[in-house]
Design a protein around this ligand. Sequence first.
Ligand SMILES: [Zn+2]
Length: 294
Amino acid sequence: MKKLALILSCLMLFFVCGCQRDGATGEKASGEITVLTSFYPMYVATINITDGVEGVKVVNMTQPQTGCLHDYQLTTQDMSLIETADVMVVNGGGMESFLDKVIKQHPKLKLIDASKDIPLLDDNPHVWVSITNEIQQVKNIAAQLAEIDPKHKDQYEKNCADYVAKLWKLQGDMHKQLDGFAGKKIITFHEAFPYFAKEFNLEIAAVIDREPGTEPTPKELEETIGIIKSSGIKAVFTEPQYSSGAANTIAAETGAVVYELDPAVTGEAKPTAKDDYLKIMKKNAETLVKALAN
Ligand SMILES: [Zn+2]
């Protein structure tokens, strides 16, 4: 079924790009295209797709430790990066709340919506945290980039296929590691893992920090502690992007052990980040195996 979907989407990609071959491109007079990515997961996907493609520069807009863009305010530096970009890759799905402003101020900027046609769970924008959706995002970015820059279409398609193959392999390995834990309940830090949990049949029993960036209220903490005690949950998961204070409080109250899951949103935006998503997810799988085996 998945193979059929892959073949179909490749055919569609071919058709779409074929039609756009003579369309306008986002190229500058110099021939160089600057692709701006909104945040880290978009950067990692895009440098894989543009790997070795001459004249395409990928720049990440936000700082390495920014993390998710919940309530993110554009800085002066971000504005000037947008000013000089030809193309901007966004996660979409509501992650970039500043997007309307950007579209209004830069009507000529070509936008690539990585979440195009990906169904959202409760308007949650953290789609890239499941491997299935990450694969779809990579295909989406590659297809839209090939429309904007048809000259390098073949290279984008080849890079896309190579990276998708690595993601398929990762997904297969993770299923082997995690399928035995199907139905297990987990407590995560913020609302980043519903797509991941769905993919690996885990159940998110509670989220410690309901509003990213604000500390959970005593009432919310109390509720989470109650859920852990009543369902015998043995592990809580923090995220490297947030303080683990609340998780430690919960752990002290319940005896649950604190582990770390990474939604792959922070890191240095350098060409060496190419395999970061693969590495982070591999580590997440190992952490879950350790945490859920108890
Ligand atoms: Zn988030």
